[in-house]
Design a protein around this ligand. Structure first.
Ligand code: SAM
Length: 377
């Protein structure tokens, strides 16, 4: 074992040198999983959980226990943390790490997360799996107390972004295609799945904050009880099509779209069901943004600040236009994002893609700006 620091925690992890000697380089080969590429995810989660103020937390897929431990040490809200992993080595290491960090009031289980989540109730459940969170959605929503919260990480971008279409249908029941706006579509597909699973239990979920980063999606939901509310959120599921000829896209509440309403082409690709509501709760993220400074010690504080600013400035428009994609469809130069925003007036950047814009302006206005900016080069 090797001791490292992450945030305010000290952590024992399997010594990477040991398994490197055996020719294994990926963290998933270690007897217990620890991934330094997820420190930003955990830093940001510590901040978000602080503002959710749960009294009890379940870290259902704990590995080394780093998340639960950091929530106790840095989010300052919980008086009970439950850890769990089905891997025995992991549970032994969690115990050691809890002692090392003197975390009081813990319970550590060595169960399948699904069976544990049907036995307990908590204010906040964190699901941080390998790949898709789908196998744990129903049980995790079930484990959330009235008015509580649940968070998911999804690293299975191939199905969510429509590159693995059959897998997307199996895991998320969405008919998907790879489109120019797939980074955003992936997050909306994940949210749609969580909404559908909660509806089964007559519950509804609302995204408080959700984002894409590096190679994963992360979303925090508030969970509300009641069949009527569940019906209301289901109504915000729908479809989006992208025209493969002119690059136009449009949302729709039915799947029966047969041609592009801008150019009339039948060469369109329709994806759905997916979530067409907001990706963040602006009041929640605003509150977080105004009180972020107390977390300035975090390794990824600057990155958190910049993603929070981007999220707050992003328009609620569903989708985005990638300027490379549009320029290639219309055979123009690629304009700078800043110039496009200036030209359109009502437009914003998006955290999904640095080369894209969100705007409520008409498609012909977007094309006009692209053409004019290209002409003036
Ligand atoms: N949350 C950890 C972190 O931030 O470092 C990483 C968790 S790792 C991606 C996923 C963990 O889930 C692994 O330790 C694995 O043993 C455990 N696991 C996978 N399937 C499980 C299941 N059905 N029930 C309980 N644990 C499971």
């Amino acid at each position: 074992l090797k001791e490292i620091d992450e945030g305010k925690a000290k952590l024992l992890i399997p010594d990477p040198e040991e398994f490197r000697k055996e020719g294994k380089f990926d963290p998933s080969w270690a007897p217990v999983f620890y991934n330094p590429r997820m420190i930003f995810n955990r830093d940001f989660s510590v901040v978000i959980v602080h503002f959710l103020s749960p009294k009890t937390i379940v870290d259902a897929l704990s590995a080394t226990g780093i998340r639960g431990i950091r929530y106790y040490l840095e989010s300052y809200t919980a008086d009970e943390i439950i850890f769990n992993d089905r891997n025995k080595d992991s549970v032994e290491l969690i115990q050691k790490n809890i002692e090392l960090n003197k975390v009081p009031n813990t319970k550590v289980f060595n169960k399948d997360a699904n069976s544990l989540l049907y036995e307990i109730k908590s204010d906040f459940v964190d699901i941080d799996p390998f790949g898709s969170p789908s196998p744990f959605i129903l049980s995790s929503i079930n484990a959330v107390k009235r008015g509580g919260f649940v968070a998911y990480t999804a690293t299975d971008l191939a199905p969510l972004e429509g590159r693995a279409r059959r897998s997307c249908l199996r895991k998320y029941f969405t008919f998907n295609y790879k489109l120019s706006l797939s980074k955003e579509i992936g997050l909306r597909v994940l949210i749609s799945k969580v909404i559908q699973e909660s509806a089964i239990m007559e519950k509804s979920v609302y995204p408080l904050i959700s984002y894409y980063s590096d190679y994963y999606y992360r979303v925090f939901f508030r969970v509300i009880n009641g069949a009527k509310k569940a019906d209301e959120v289901l109504e915000k599921l729908g479809f989006i099509y992208e025209c493969q000829d002119c690059g136009y896209h449009e949302i729709s509440h039915t799947q029966c779209i047969d041609k592009c309403s801008y150019c009339g082409s039948k060469n369109i690709k329709t994806v759905g069901p997916l979530w067409l509501g907001n990706l963040i709760d602006k009041d929640f993220v605003n509150g977080l943004s105004q009180n972020l400074e107390k977390f300035s010690y975090l390794k990824y504080y600057d990155k958190i600040r910049s993603i929070v600013d981007l999220l707050l400035n992003e328009s609620n428009y569903v989708g985005y236009y990638n300027l490379d994609f549009l320029a290639s469809k219309h055979k123009t130069n690629v304009p700078a994002v800043s110039k496009m925003i200036e030209c359109l007036g009502d437009a914003s950047r998006t955290h999904f893609d640095t080369k894209s814009i969100k705007t409520n302006k008409k498609f012909e206005d977007i094309l006009l700006c692209i053409k004019n900016l290209s002409y003036y080069r």
